[in-house]
Design a protein around this ligand. Sequence first.
Ligand SMILES: NC(=O)c1ccc[n+]([C@@H]2O[C@H](COP(=O)([O-])OP(=O)(O)OC[C@H]3O[C@@H](n4cnc5c(N)ncnc54)[C@H](OP(=O)(O)O)[C@@H]3O)[C@@H](O)[C@H]2O)c1
Length: 298
Amino acid sequence: MKHNNVMNVGIIGTGLLGSAVATRLLNTGHNVTIYNRTLEKTKPLEVLGAHVTESPKKVAERSDLVITIVKDLDAVEAISFGKDGIVFGKHEKLIVSDMSTINPMSSRKISQKYSQYGIPMMDSPVMGGPALAEKGQLVVMIGGKKDVYERCKTVFDSIAERTFFLGDNGMADAMKLAMNLQISLLALSLSEGIIFSKKAGLDPLVFLEVLNSTYFKTGMSTLKGPKMARGVFEPSFFLSVMQKDLDEINYTAEQLKVNLPAARLARELYQKAAKDGFAEMDYTGIMAYLEKINKSNS
Ligand SMILES: NC(=O)c1ccc[n+]([C@@H]2O[C@H](COP(=O)([O-])OP(=O)(O)OC[C@H]3O[C@@H](n4cnc5c(N)ncnc54)[C@H](OP(=O)(O)O)[C@@H]3O)[C@@H](O)[C@H]2O)c1
């Protein structure tokens, strides 16, 4: 599929999400330049037509919009302002958009730092994983200046089913953290429901069938639930990344002076699971951790 309005887009970070976003942009006709700290992960995208570079600076030089999709705040700082970082590839048309999930206060500081270099920056976190990214069905949330967003709207339209412009820098990251609080708690509640029903002698697949016949069904209980019940935790979103998001959620809650006991408990459980060898599983692997602690208690 060719897009009417193609842009020169840079993707920094070709992990699970970055690779899928880059694939979608290539498939919709955009010119895509990529960088990843571990070169090997760029190979499949090179085959699809992406131009691979050896630094974030080089990506910036070749792109009008650079989307950063890296693990956490330290990574965003490193690729933005570190050695051969994005700011050193600055040119007149350059816009930066951060799709990594980070906290809103730090996102604001990063955008201010970019503005000292004269580079407009937005936060553009997303809902939906790699599979939806490849189909152009993400939900994108944008924080920043509206006119900057409008200059690269065509790129977001290529990857998103819906885009929400939420106001100034950091507002989209705040919304994203509120979303991931839902996801982390839902995964816990579904895990405990499956474990509870199994222990009570019920078939967990029937537990899901009953749940999914009610008003309380979710996309998670219909799509991820059967995999969880079968013990399949193929990662679309690593548990370690959800643990990082819970750190950001709790840090932000502290800054906002809001008391979220369930978010604190979720962080504790995901941290323990990550330390106990479950970090590289899908985040729904929290169920495998809960099963493990149940076995060691019985
Ligand atoms: N997967 C999803 O469904 C999903 C959905 C919404 C939002 N997100 C967010 O998107 C971001 C990426 O997630 P992901 O699922 O793609 O994770 P991932 O597969 O673990 O990829 C992480 C990426 O960050 C890079 N990275 C990590 N530390 C770095 C550093 N210090 N310097 C430079 N690069 C660094 C990694 O490079 P290496 O290859 O060298 O390690 C890799 O490209 C996260 O903030 C996540 O919360 C993910």
